[in-house]
Design a protein around this ligand. Structure first.
Ligand SMILES: Nc1nc2c(ncn2[C@@H]2O[C@H](COP(=O)(O)OP(=O)(O)OP(=O)(O)O)[C@@H](O)[C@H]2O)c(=O)[nH]1
Ligand SMILES: [Mg+2]
Length: 330
């Protein structure tokens, strides 16, 4: 068997219960959906078989990201927003991305409880996403879970991410409209600017506007936005009180407006194409990596080349070339 053949055999089609889950999702069975997302979280090859079988249904759901510092009221806002979306009878999927939950478990339960209002409704599916692996893995499995919800037939997928880090940026690149939530007390704008989340905002929400300081924060943000080049579309800044349900209709209108703009300018399709492009490349890289790590012959080759480099008989770059050659790539 050549290396190329060995690589092709690495991922034999896993067709046992994957087929059943695919059929389940096609029939609208929520349990099949939940199991499939769990398989994604566990990075099971079966999950990819399922996604692969359902991929032709992917691309219809509109994706909304809600991000911002911890405790900004993202879940409260999401809950109210979902109720607004439900008024128009759309089916909604919610993903709460929680990098901390594998360690604490606490935040996850908190989200479940606070999400209850909208979850009662049979057309809303809510799920917390966690990972055992890397944060990069979490962003990827979240995007894949959004694909599954999309294939399942949800009209809207809303993703909540906590914190201000790389994961927010990764998730933002996988959604259509990104809402950044700031609050008066966090002195938020400067912090958010530093972390780069102001730049990813399609809509800026100042939540807890029932508290003092909201107006000042608004002024601050508007000043920062003035610094954007003139030809860039002004980012809407909305004062909201999620707890009191104030400003939610305006937020929903702003989302729809953004959606229309993306569609009119063909941006959504361009973005989707670039998302698909990176999904393909990333998958190739991942499979190559896992093949190199798992294949015994490759393992021995890497081992002996490492030794050669250590003894100055080779260098890492030539070693990599030899491995690529072995894989039949160059
Ligand atoms: N005063 C006021 N409090 C709010 C508002 N929205 C949310 N809160 C409160 O802020 C706290 C945090 O709300 P969450 O919705 O859990 O915030 P979150 O951003 O989802 O929190 P994490 O997911 O833990 O980062 C809760 O006690 C809410 O009741 C608001 O508009 N005004
Ligand atoms: Mg939350």
């Amino acid at each position: 068997m050549t290396m190329q053949e060995a690589m092709m055999n690495e991922h034999p089609p896993v067709r046992t219960d994957a087929d059943e889950l695919v059929q389940g999702i096609e029939k609208g069975d929520v349990r099949a959906l939940a199991r499939s997302i769990s398989l994604l979280e566990n990075e099971s090859p079966r999950a990819l078989a399922i996604l692969s079988a359902l991929y032709r249904y992917v691309g219809r759901a509109y994706r909304i990201g809600i991000t911002g510092p911890p405790g900004a009221g993202k879940s409260t806002l999401l809950n109210k927003l979902v109720m607004e979306i439900r008024k128009e009878h759309h089916a909604v999927g919610i993903l709460a991305v929680d990098p901390s939950s594998p360690f604490t478990g606490g935040a996850l339960l908190g989200d479940r409880i606070r999400m209850n209002d909208s979850v009662q409704d049979g057309h809303v599916y809510m799920r917390s996403m966690a990972t055992r692996g890397s944060l990069g893995g979490l962003a990827r499995t979240t995007a894949q879970a959004a694909d599954l919800l999309d294939a399942f037939g949800k009209d809207y997928v809303v993703v909540e991410t906590v914190g201000v880090g790389q994961i927010e940026l990764d998730v933002a690149s996988a959604v259509d409209t990104t809402i950044v939530v700031l609050v008066p007390e966090s002195g938020g704008s400067i912090q958010a600017m530093k972390a780069g989340i102001m730049e990813i905002a399609d809509i800026l929400v100042i939540n807890k506007a029932d508290r003092p300081g909201a107006g000042e924060l608004e002024d601050e943000i508007l000043q920062i936005l003035e610094m954007k080049p003139r030809d860039e579309r002004p980012t809407p800044v909305l004062l909201v009180s999620a707890r009191e349900g104030k400003g939610i209709e305006a937020l929903w209108a702003a989302i729809k407006h953004h959606r229309e703009m993306l569609a009119a300018e063909g941006i959504r399709e361009l973005r989707r194409k670039s998302q698909i492009r990176s999904a393909i490349t990333n998958h190739v890289l991942e499979r190559t990596r896992s093949f190199i790590e798992r294949n015994e012959e490759m393992g021995r080759m890497v081992e002996s080349l490492s030794l050669e480099v250590l003894e100055n008989r080779c260098d890492p770059f030539r070693a990599a070339s030899l491995i690529l050659k072995k894989l039949g790539i160059s």
